[in-house]
Design a protein around this ligand. Structure first.
Ligand code: ADP
Length: 488
């Protein structure tokens, strides 16, 4: 099958969060299974060019419609960790992808709508006729709309679209200008059953367009699929998802074990497996050295997260003080897009200056993330909502025990050591329900207590997590089944 994966992120070259991991992991799994997989991304100035091999121009002078003019683009090609990637490079004064960052500009809707249009134009002009176009999140929600409204009529009717929702907290709410920009019929598309925002009669909703016009819609865990159809976590899309229920389902993400595997990870000083768990302690020593903590007999509690409201920043903050008070060390790696949240964590960082037990690293650091998973004992994930969550799966693979709130994909992957109904060998962490200090403490205190009082039992929990299969094997097959279903 010829599959084109279109996304605003792909690890390790353009990653802001789990979407990047998804694109890398699923694409690799599909390729291993013998499919021809091509990834299309924007050519950001902030790509990790050191991880791209053989970059060269494969298509010149691609003229992409933009209002009543057209913008000239080149398309570059390179390989990233063996994956075939095409990069859309527009030449215009807008500098769409020359912002030093993937997201966060006032014209993000325009930037990614233009990207979507350029992708379709590239497929058309280069003669690519994929069996399957896999789109992701609001940034590429316009692609199924464009395919149906424009490109099917130009000979691309053979392609089917699978559309994955990674986070419905961001839907691409925008104005009708986005349709003018793409020369689409505003009257036809700005209707309740097509692209009109459920909550605002003057707004176009790019994610809703993706849902309505694609052949199948997935989201990244079964629990989140239920939550966004039936609770306010759908953020206004509940009705649309119920209407399109017959083409909607949750597929639990995998993680890429060629990237996230303590047995072969080149970014950690001491490799280990479930059978050589004591070696993990060497990584704890290295992590402490790296972040300036003393080498003492204490559990190391960690957070690796975007410091976004979604991630439960208030409880992350509380976890720092609570862990220290309970005789732990704490290390946090996080980046905060919100200036107020950023300022608060910088304040805590200054407060902890010189502490032998606490370190906050504010920013994005792929290499340090690997060392934290390998060197820590407990990871805290108190999300308000969590579509899938990769951190808990990565942490478990590295023998780090998750303390997580029971929402979305966390509920599908973390099973409480004391209260789960699953057999013991499937229990792998601690969970809590209430989004309160008490809720968090009810789980975190049990994890810390176990580390101190029952080390053998704690070791078994680590082993259970490491043995859990969260590879792309099952989800890979699930996606192939979906692709075959919509092609039939
Ligand atoms: P989300 O996609 O909502 O950010 P996920 O749990 O699905 O959350 O994925 C998070 C991914 O991003 C993981 O691979 C995690 O290791 C990584 N990550 C998060 N914050 C940072 C950071 N500050 N530095 C490095 N990696 C990070």
């Amino acid at each position: 099958m010829h599959i084109v994966m279109v996304s605003s992120e792909c690890a390790p070259i353009a990653k802001a969060g789990g979407l990047g991991d998804f694109v890398q992991g699923l694409s690799r799994e599909l390729a291993i299974r013998g499919n021809s997989v091509e990834i299309i991304l924007p050519k950001y100035d902030c790509l990790r060019y050191d991880r791209i091999w053989g970059m060269h121009t494969v298509y010149r002078d691609l003229w992409v419609p933009f209002y009543d003019i057209a913008i000239r683009c080149n398309v570059e090609y390179g390989e990233a960790d063996g994956l075939k990637c095409f990069f859309i490079d527009p030449h215009s004064q807008h500098g769409f992808f020359n912002r030093g960052t993937i997201y966060g500009d006032a014209d993000d809707n325009d930037r990614f709508a233009f990207f979507s249009r350029a992708v379709m134009e590239f497929l058309l002009k280069s003669g690519k006729r994929p069996d399957l176009i896999h789109c992701n999140d609001w940034q590429t929600g316009l692609i199924p709309v464009l395919l149906f409204e424009v490109y099917t009529g130009l000979g691309m009717g053979h392609s089917r679209v699978c559309y994955s929702l990674h986070n419905v907290g961001h839907q691409g709410w925008t104005g009708p200008h986005i349709l003018h920009m793409n020369r689409l019929d505003v009257g036809r598309l700005m209707t309740p059953e097509r692209m009109l925002s459920p909550s605002n009669p003057h707004e176009v909703n790019l994610m809703k367009g993706g849902i309505v016009f694609s052949n199948f819609v997935t989201t990244v865990s079964p629990r989140y699929a239920w939550e966004i159809q039936h609770t306010d976590q759908g953020m206004g899309l509940q009705g649309v998802l119920q209407t399109h229920d017959r083409k909607f389902g949750g597929v639990l993400n995998g993680i890429d074990y060629s990237t996230w595997n303590p047995e072969i990870d080149p970014l950690i000083p001491a490799n280990y497996t479930v059978d050589s768990l004591p070696t993990k302690a060497l990584n704890k020593v290295a992590l402490r050295q790296r972040v300036g903590l003393t080498d003492v007999f204490k559990p190391l509690v960690a957070v690796v997260s975007r410091l976004d409201k979604q991630k439960g920043v208030e409880l992350i903050r509380h976890a720092i003080y609570y862990s220290l008070a309970q005789g732990c060390q704490f290390v946090l790696l996080g980046s905060a897009p919100d200036p107020a949240v950023n300022a608060e964590f910088w304040r805590i960082k200054h407060e902890m200056e010189g502490s032998p037990d606490c370190h906050l690293e504010l920013g994005y650091n792929e290499e340090l993330a690997h060392l934290i998973y390998a060197g820590s004992d407990i990871i805290v994930i108190p999300s308000v909502y969590e579509p899938c969550g990769l951190t808990q799966m990565i942490a478990m693979k590295y023998g780090c025990v998750p303390v997580a709130r029971r929402v979305g994909g966390l509920a599908d992957t973390v099973f409480d050591a004391n209260y789960s109904e699953r057999p013991f060998e499937q229990r792998n962490g601690y969970v809590f329900d209430d989004l309160t200090y008490d809720g968090l403490e009810s789980a975190l205190s049990r994890a810390i207590g176990l580390w101190y009082r029952f080390p053998e039992y704690f070791r078994q929990l680590r082993s259970n997590g490491m043995r859990q299969d969260n590879s792309w094997n099952h989800p890979g097959q699930h996606y192939i089944d979906i692709y075959n279903h919509i092609r039939a």
